[in-house]
Design a binder for this molecule. Structure first.
Ligand SMILES: [Zn+2]
Length: 448
C-alpha cells in the first residue's frame, strides 16, 4: 500500500484517516470525463458533536453505515479528479443523532475540496474574468462568487483602525454609483489599498467614515487628495487632527492646463492675420509646456518652421514674443512650477502673492485664486513627500479588472475583487521614502 500513500501525498490528501483503493477509473461526470479515485474515511469520534458525551465504548456511539460522497478533489492536465469517499457515520446512543466523521479535505456539506477553493482565490488575484476561472477549474460561476465574497470580507478594513496617512482619489465606477464615480482609499505612506467607497458624494463618504470609531479618525494625520473642492472642508471635519495635502501632480497639472488654455486663446486670435506664427504656436505646443529650466539652449539645429539655426530655447523665446501677455503668463506659471519642483514652500507663497502685481487674463487669475484658496494644503504638499501617484497606478489596475469581467454589475463584487488583487498577497516591502522632504535631503547628502 506504500504507493497509495505516495499518491495521496501527490494529491495533497493530508488526512491520514483516508484510505485510498488501488484502482483509478475514468468516468463521465456532468458531461466531463473525470479521473475517479475510491476511498474510505473511518475513525472513531472522541465525542458526540451534538450532545458532547465522550465516546468510550459502543455504549456511547455505534457505527451507523456510510455516507457516500463524491468530492471534486483537484485537476490533472485540466481533467478533474474526483474522490468517491465513503465516510463513516456514527449514531449517538444518548441523543440518537447521526453524525458523519469530518475530514480536512472538504468542509461539512461541501463537495468541492478546500484545495480547489484556495486555487479559486489565488486565481482571483490575477486579472481574468470569473467565468474563465470557473471554466478552468470545472466549477460553477456561483462557487467562484462565493469564494470571492468569503475572501473579500476577510480583507475588508477593520473599523477601529485607520492609517496615519490617508490618500483619497476617484475612479469611474459601476452604474450603481449615482455620480458615476467611486472613491479609492489608500494608505499613502505604506502604499497599500484600504478600501473602495461606492460613491464620491459627501453623504456617501460621511456614512462610510462614520463607521470608524472616533479614535480611529483621530489617528489620521494627513489626507492626500486632488483639488476637488467639496472634499476640502468636508475632510477636515471628518478627520479633526489631519492636515490636508494636495497631490503635487494635480497642482502642476492645473498650472500646465492654464498655460495651455491661454496659448490656444492667443493662437486663435492670430489665426488669419499671422498664419505662420499660428502654425508655430500650434505645432510646438510641447515646447511651451516643457519646464523652462529643462529647455535645451546649446544644440543648434535646423527647424522647418524657422529660418536659420535654432535651439529649443530660442524657439520658445520667439513664440513668447508673439504676445507679451503670453510671455508674462509663461514666466509666472514657470516660477511656480520651479518652486514646486524644488519643494520650496516659502518661495511658492512669495511667487503666488507676487502675481497680484500683474494684470493677467481672467482665466489665469482664477487659477491663481484657486491656488491661494488651497495654499495651506499646497504648503503641506511641499513639506510631505506623500503623493497619490500610487493610487493612479491602482486606478489603471481597476480599469483592467473591470474590462476583464466585461464590467461589473455588483459593486461589492468589484470591491472584493480589487481588495483581493491588491491585498491578498503580502508584497515585499520596499524601503519607504522618508515622510518629509527635509529628511530626504539630509539622507541624500549623507550618501553623497
Ligand atoms: Zn449525542
Amino acid at each position: 500500500m506504500a504507493h497509495m500513500n505516495y499518491i495521496a501525498d501527490l494529491l495533497n490528501i493530508k488526512d491520514k484517516h483516508v484510505q485510498l483503493q488501488d484502482d483509478i477509473m475514468e468516468e463521465m461526470h456532468k458531461g466531463v470525463r473525470c479521473k475517479v479515485l475510491l476511498g474510505q474515511l473511518s475513525y472513531s469520534l472522541p465525542a458526540c458533536p451534538h450532545c458532547g458525551v465522550a465516546n468510550h465504548s459502543t455504549q456511547d456511539m455505534i457505527k451507523y453505515g456510510f455516507d457516500h460522497t463524491t468530492i471534486h478533489l483537484t485537476h490533472i492536465n485540466f481533467q478533474p479528479v474526483l474522490l468517491k469517499l465513503k465516510k463513516q457515520r456514527y449514531q449517538c446512543k444518548h441523543c440518537r443523532v447521526v453524525t458523519t466523521v469530518p475530514t480536512s479535505i472538504v468542509d461539512k456539506g461541501c463537495f468541492i475540496s478546500n484545495d480547489i477553493k484556495r486555487t479559486i482565490i489565488m486565481e482571483l488575484t490575477e486579472v481574468q474574468s470569473m467565468k474563465l476561472i470557473a471554466q478552468h477549474l470545472n466549477v460553477s460561476r456561483y462557487t467562484v462568487q462565493c469564494q470571492l465574497i468569503k475572501a473579500g470580507q476577510t480583507l475588508s478594513p477593520k473599523t477601529w483602525d485607520l492609517p496615519e496617512h490617508l490618500g483619497i482619489d476617484e475612479f469611474k465606477s459601476v452604474k450603481q454609483a449615482t455620480s458615476g464615480m467611486s472613491c479609492i482609499l489608500m494608505d499613502a505612506y505604506n502604499h497599500t489599498l484600504l478600501d473602495i467607497v461606492l460613491d464620491r458624494t459627501q453623504d456617501a463618504l460621511r456614512d462610510y467614515f462614520m463607521r470608524y470609531s472616533y479614535e480611529a479618525r483621530m489617528q489620521v494625520k494627513t489626507v492626500t487628495m486632488d483639488m476637488y473642492g467639496p472634499y476640502y472642508l468636508f475632510l477636515q471635519r471628518i478627520f479633526p487632527n489631519a492636515e490636508i495635502v494636495i497631490d503635487r501632480f494635480h497642482i502642476v497639472q492645473l498650472l500646465n492646463n492654464t498655460l495651455n488654455r491661454y496659448r490656444i486663446k492667443v493662437m486663435n486670435t492670430i489665426r488669419y492675420n499671422r498664419p505662420r506664427d499660428y502654425t508655430k504656436l500650434k505645432q510646438l505646443w510641447k515646447l511651451i509646456q516643457k519646464n523652462r529650466e529643462s529647455l535645451d539652449f546649446e544644440d543648434y539645429h535646423i527647424h522647418r518652421l524657422f529660418d536659420g539655426l535654432v535651439t529649443q530655447k530660442s524657439m520658445v523665446n520667439y513664440m513668447l514674443s508673439i504676445d507679451p501677455r503670453l510671455e508674462q503668463v509663461y514666466h509666472l506659471v514657470n516660477d511656480l512650477k520651479a518652486d514646486i519642483a524644488m519643494h520650496h514652500s516659502e518661495a511658492f507663497i512669495y511667487d503666488l502673492y507676487e502675481t497680484r502685481k500683474y494684470v493677467v487674463p481672467r482665466k489665469v487669475r482664477t487659477t491663481f485664486q484657486t491656488l491661494e484658496k488651497y495654499l495651506p494644503a499646497i504648503e503641506n504638499s511641499l513639506t510631505y513627500t506623500l503623493s497619490n501617484g500610487i493610487i493612479e497606478g491602482t486606478n489603471n489596475k481597476i480599469k483592467n479588472i473591470k474590462r476583464s469581467g466585461y464590467g461589473y454589475r455588483n459593486f461589492n463584487h468589484l470591491r472584493f475583487r480589487i481588495l483581493i488583487t491588491q491585498n491578498l498577497l503580502v508584497r515585499q516591502t520596499k524601503k519607504r521614502r522618508p515622510l518629509f522632504f527635509k529628511d530626504e535631503n539630509t539622507t541624500q547628502t549623507i550618501v553623497a
